[in-house]
Design a protein around this ligand. Structure first.
Ligand code: COA
Length: 178
C-alpha cells in the first residue's frame, strides 16, 4: 500500500510541476485557459451542473477524482476577473489514447470559440504526453457538440446503443493527432 501511495505521490508531484510549467493560454484578452486544480473544485462542479441537465452532470466526487488523478488533464477558461466559465477534462488511458470525458461552457459565454480553444489546448497537451489518438462520446441528440467535434476533425466511428443512463444512444468519435 505504501508503495502505491509513493507512486501516486510521485505522479501527483510530477503533475503539479507539469501544470506549473504549462503556459497560460490567453484568448484575445477576454479569457485565459489555465490548468484546473482542486482549489476550483466547487466552481467547476457548479459550472458542470449548469452546463448539463440533472442526471447528466458529474458528481463532486468524480471531479475530486479528475482533479487529483495523475492520468487526467483538466483546464478551465477564466474571465479576466477570475471566474470559471468553461472546463474540459481528458484522461490518459492505459492503451495510450486520450479520452475527453467532459467539456462545458456556461450558456452566456457560448459561441465565442471557448470550447474550440479548450479542445485544441487539451489536444496540444495530450500530444506532449505522446498521445496520438483521442476519443469521446456524445449524445445522438447533441448536435451543437457533434458540430463542434466534426469541425475539429473528429469522426464518428460507432453508434453506442443505450450508452447514457436514460437509454439514449451515443456516438463514439475519434481523432488522430498526427
Ligand atoms: C457544446 C458546447 C461545449 C459548445 O461550446 P461553445 O464554446 O459555444 O463552442 P464554440 O464557440 O467553440 O463553437 C465551435 C463550433 O461548434 C459548433 N457549435 C457550437 N455551438 C453550436 C450550436 N448551438 N449549434 C450548432 N453548432 C454549434 C459550431 O460548429 C461552432 O463553429 P462556428 O462558431 O464556426 O459556427 C456548449 O454548447 C456546451 O457547453 N453545451 C452543454 C454541454 C455539452 O453538451 N457538452 C458536450 C458534451 S459531449
Amino acid at each position: 500500500m505504501a508503495v502505491i501511495q509513493k507512486i501516486r505521490d510521485f505522479f501527483s508531484h510530477e503533475r503539479a510541476e507539469d501544470q506549473k510549467s504549462q503556459e497560460t493560454n490567453f484568448l484575445g484578452g477576454e479569457y485565459e485557459i489555465k490548468p484546473a486544480t482542486v482549489d476550483f473544485l466547487d466552481e467547476i462542479h457548479r459550472a458542470n451542473q449548469i452546463c448539463f441537465k440533472r442526471g447528466e452532470s458529474y458528481s463532486r466526487k468524480i471531479f475530486q477524482y479528475l482533479l487529483s488523478s495523475p492520468k487526467v488533464l483538466g483546464y478551465c477558461a477564466f474571465t479576466c476577473d477570475s471566474k470559471i466559465v468553461a472546463f474540459i477534462f481528458a484522461t490518459l488511458e492505459d492503451d495510450g489514447t486520450g479520452h475527453i470525458s467532459t467539456i462545458g461552457v456556461l450558456p452566456e459565454h457560448r459561441k465565442r470559440g471557448l470550447a474550440r480553444s479548450l479542445i485544441l489546448h487539451v489536444e496540444k497537451m495530450l500530444v506532449k504526453k505522446g498521445v496520438i489518438t483521442v476519443r469521446l462520446e456524445v449524445r445522438v441528440s447533441n448536435l451543437p457538440a457533434q458540430n463542434l467535434y466534426e469541425k475539429l476533425g473528429y469522426r464518428t466511428v460507432q453508434r453506442l446503443p443505450n450508452y447514457y443512463n436514460d437509454g439514449e444512444d451515443g456516438f463514439l468519435m475519434v481523432k488522430s493527432l498526427v
